[in-house]
Design a protein around this ligand. Sequence first.
Ligand SMILES: [Zn+2]
Length: 60
Amino acid sequence: MPQHTSNLPVCSHCDGFPNVAITTGQTTPDGQRQTITADCPACHGTGHTTPARAYARAGA
Ligand SMILES: [Zn+2]
């Protein structure tokens, strides 16, 4: 059965949720909760495992 989403395998490090907002527990001067956004270091925020060849070609 063909898949119409993506043929890239889901990143096993973050299970496809590469962008995580971490609440620091502190509030900004505006009174909003201060959060830190972190990208999955394994897939660089893509949510998929990327062949190293692709990064080499991109020069990253
Ligand atoms: Zn990941």
